[in-house]
Design a protein around this ligand. Structure first.
Ligand SMILES: Nc1nc2c(ncn2[C@@H]2O[C@H](COP(=O)(O)OP(=O)(O)O)[C@@H](O)[C@H]2O)c(=O)[nH]1
Ligand SMILES: [Mg+2]
Ligand SMILES: [Zn+2]
Length: 363
């Protein structure tokens, strides 16, 4: 297998010059489960761990390698083990906000789920769990990642009113290719190959139980990934897929399976919002104020469009909700940033005091 088969190209080659590490080799992270990784190299796949230095230098979860990342590793072929020393800058990434609270203090942090993805198959099931608002949220995250979203509507065998549903779904998926399929019945899978050219990376995203692993198994023609038994995936505590993993197709494309995400909080999203709500942006051109937030400003063309039913009210509400989430995140980040700066200064002041004390002692 060549690096090009794994997705390597001039973009990453150019990034390589930032590192002066001639004894390390390029590898791509193919699996991650807690602290255990696997990497693909030109000489095969190896288990990998993170170098202590990389671990200590990490300031955020986002500094750790994610599946899809290009990394520089030290490969011990005798032992069949790799040590990851550096993560190359990412071309695209799917991130989520994992802000935690320690007491009252929010600690903003970003977790990268997958990196360097060209296309994302967002999978939804055509059953009673179909949720347009969730699709909007996912599409916003995907547009923001830099990858191209493709919407796969699976389990068409369970749906009797596709013709009624499809226009509603297409309304929230502006500029997105939409394909209807039934993975278990082998229907509609062939068109997916057009997204899987050699060296192209496709990740599957979507709630648990929609059929992501089944779709991958059908494409590769074997039961590589475990699939939930019928009904099992409805039991919220159980996921058939528990970690991210990459598979390189014989025909050249690269697929990444993901566990289902119960929710995905936006980490960033201004650009993603602009793309996934392109219809609202279009109405907004006619708002009286350039910085109109479409809440209660006079002369708001977006609210006018809602009033005249040109824009569905649910979509407008969904837009406001995601916008509010982004504003809240920005505020939280400012706050956490300020606290971090405060803490840093406190600790600097402390060490200066300590230095002074010890100097006084020695004089
Ligand atoms: N009826 C129907 N069931 C499907 C289809 N695709 C997958 N399933 C079933 O849905 C369940 C969850 O599939 P799985 O691939 O584990 O979903 P994942 O959690 O998204 O990876 C399994 O029982 C599959 O057999 C489909 O096209 N039609
Ligand atoms: Mg799965
Ligand atoms: Zn407005």
């Amino acid at each position: 297998m060549t690096l090009a088969d794994l997705g390597w190209d001039d973009y990453f080659k150019a990034r390589l010059s930032e590192f002066n590490e001639s004894d390390l080799i390029c590898a791509r992270v193919s699996m991650q489960q807690k602290k255990q990784y696997r990497v693909l190299t030109e000489s095969g796949e190896f288990p990998a761990v993170i170098a202590g230095k990389l671990r200590h230098a990490a300031e955020s979860m986002a500094d750790f390698p994610a599946v899809g990342d290009w990394v520089l590793v030290n490969l011990n072929s005798d032992e069949g083990k790799a040590i990851i020393h550096h993560v190359l800058p990412r071309r695209t990434k799917i991130s989520r906000d994992t802000t935690t609270r320690k007491g009252r203090r929010p600690i903003a942090d970003e977790q990268v789920l997958v990196a360097n993805i060209d296309t994302i198959f967002l999978v939804a099931a055509l059953n009673e769990e179909l949720n347009l608002r969730r699709i909007e949220r996912y599409l916003t995250v995907i547009w923001d990642s830099g990858a191209k979203p493709v919407l796969l509507l699976n389990k068409s065998d369970l749906c009797e009113d596709i013709d009624d549903l499809l226009p509603q779904i297409e309304e929230v998926a502006i500029g997105v290719d939409v394909h209807v399929l039934s993975a278990t019945n082998n229907e509609g899978l062939d068109v997916l190959r057009r997204y899987l050219d050699a060296g192209t990376t496709v990740a599957l995203l979507g709630s648990s139980g929609v059929g992501k692993s089944t779709i991958i198994n059908k494409i590769i023609g074997r039961e590589k990934f475990s699939v939930a038994q019928t009904g099992e995936y409805k039991d919220k505590g159980r996921h058939a897929t528990t970690f991210r993993e990459m598979v390189v197709l014989e025909s050249g494309g690269i697929l990444i399976d993901n566990p289902g995400l119960r929710s995905i909080q936006l980490w960033d999203g201004e650009e993603g919002m602009a793309k996934s709500f392109a219809d609202i942006e279009q109405f907004a051109i006619d708002c009286r104020f350039k910085d109109c937030r479409h809440l209660n400003e006079p002369g708001c063309a977006v609210r006018r469009a809602v009033a005249s039913s040109e824009l569905p009210a649910e979509r407008y509400e969904s837009y406001l909700k995601l916008q509010k989430e982004l504003d809240f995140r920005a505020r939280k980040e400012n706050w956490a940033g300020r606290q971090n700066t405060k803490r840093r200064w406190k600790s600097i002041a402390k060490s200066v005091r300590r230095m002074k004390n010890s100097r006084d002692k020695f004089q």
